[in-house]
Ligand binder design. Structure first.
Ligand code: COS
Length: 386
């Protein structure tokens, strides 16, 4: 549902103030401790931020895509680990249920996900199946009224905190086609489900990933998402289309934050007797960053609005993810350059953002996968039109 403009403005203002007043001051602490304080998690719950994209009838805010990306841009203006806290419940961890779950599955999980009482994760990637998601090896074998899961999922965001996993597995032998991939809603803890140690990452401290290992893990047949075998891969792709747009919005917010910090620094830092912002070579960097971030913002808003009309936006969402994630990488690189030596020092935080944003070009589909999706869809559409 679309909120009335006053309610939406209030939500955006409240989120922006929360980011500015509560989250930004905690960035260094969270990076150092690799943990978000409990009180802050509670504030995310109180503001309803775990349920942005969950329909109202299941206790969420039921934002449409345009509204969601506007909030994601605000959340993007601080360390990405904060957005990641609510990212899976709003995105890849819940949308499979929203899109393809049975009514019982929706009733059972969505209200708790919306409240942030339950954390969800999306378990698609495996040690030997990253970009080539359909080559996954995890197997779910039917045994009476149960499925028995075996396999390992890798780099699973929020897995150390998750009480619910959307797990993608083959419901027939590993050599068979993607038509045999199914999705399961697996609760944790569960006998046969174990977690690897937390991964040590390049950035995004405070957000955690780890392996999720299934060894003869028995789940009831009712755990099959949507009650249908063989449609899991399409569910994953639809969920990722949406997720890619959300991540693009986060990239826009992060870029705008870095541009604001770079501009403020350039205006106060004096060299050769004047603020460095007066030098045209610095101005060129500021202008390029501003222009690219603006372009990404326009792409994201336009694609979100199109999605809200019911149009398929797989190509456009991939184009947004490709451009916005590469763009924020360039903006972060220029921010380090404008800050100079200070940009390389951890106390200024700019080098931390430079490391944090690197992930955007990789997860929810690498830039190369976005290129592949865009070009394949172009060729498909041209053939269909011929
Ligand atoms: N929406 C709905 N259905 C989709 C879809 C989409 N966006 N994209 C693909 N499908 C469907 C296809 O229509 C096809 O169905 P049919 O067999 O009925 O035609 C099926 O899914 C298989 O699609 P495809 O043949 O394109 O699959 P491929 O294995 O060739 O590759 C890519 C698909 C590479 C695009 C996919 O594996 C991918 O996105 N990989 C990246 C995975 C990723 O993002 N990982 C990040 C981890 S999650 S944080």
């Amino acid at each position: 549902m679309a909120l009335d403009s006053e309610t939406l403005d209030h939500l955006i203002d409240t989120t922006a103030r929360f980011v500015r007043e509560r989250l930004v001051p905690l960035e260094a602490q969270v990076a150092r401790d690799d943990a978000i304080p409990e009180g802050i998690k509670q504030q995310f719950r109180d503001l309803g931020l775990f349920g942005l994209a969950i329909p109202e009838e299941y206790g969420g805010l039921g934002l449409n895509m345009e509204e969601e990306v506007r909030i994601a841009i605000e959340l993007g203006r601080t360390s990405p680990c904060f957005r990641s806290l609510i990212g899976t419940n709003n995105g890849i961890g819940s949308q499979g249920i929203v899109m393809d779950g049975t009514e019982d599955q929706k009733q059972k999980y969505l209200p708790r996900l919306a409240l942030g009482e339950l954390i969800s994760s999306f378990a698609l990637t495996e040690p030997d199946a990253g970009s080539d998601a359909s080559s996954m090896r995890t197997i779910a074998k039917k045994d009476g009224a149960e499925y028995v899961l075996n396999g390992t999922k890798r780099f699973i965001t929020n897995a150390p905190h998750a009480g619910l996993f959307t797990v993608f597995a083959r419901t027939s032998d590993p050599a068979s086609s993607k038509d045999k991939i199914s999705a399961f809603l697996v609760e944790a803890p569960m006998p046969g489900l174990s977690l690897g140690p937390k991964d040590k990452k390049m950035g995004q401290s405070g957000s955690h990933t780890c392996d999720v290992i299934f060894e003869n893990c028995r789940v009831p047949a009712t755990a099959l998402l949507g009650g249908a075998e063989g449609v899991g891969f399409r569910t994953a792709m639809k969920v990722l289309d949406r997720g890619r747009l959300h991540i693009s919005a986060v990239c826009v917010g992060m870029a705008e934050r870095l541009i604001a910090d770079s501009l403020a620094y350039a205006m106060e830092r004096n060299q050769f007797g004047q603020p460095i912002a007066e030098f045209q070579l610095i101005q060129a960097m500021l202008a390029d960053s501003k222009t690219e971030a603006y372009a990404a913002r326009c792409m994201v808003m336009e694609t979100a609005r199109a999605k809200d009309t019911g149009v398929t936006v797989a190509t456009e969402a991939a184009a947004c993810k490709l451009f916005a994630s590469e763009m924020v990488g360039r903006v972060a690189d220029r921010a380090v350059q404008i800050f100079g030596g200070a940009g390389y020092m951890s106390e200024y935080g700019i080098e931390r953002f430079y490391r944090d944003v690197r992930l955007f070009r990789i997860y929810e589909g690498t830039s190369q996968i976005q290129q592949l999706v865009i070009a394949r869809n172009m060729i498909r559409d041209a053939k269909a039109a011929a």
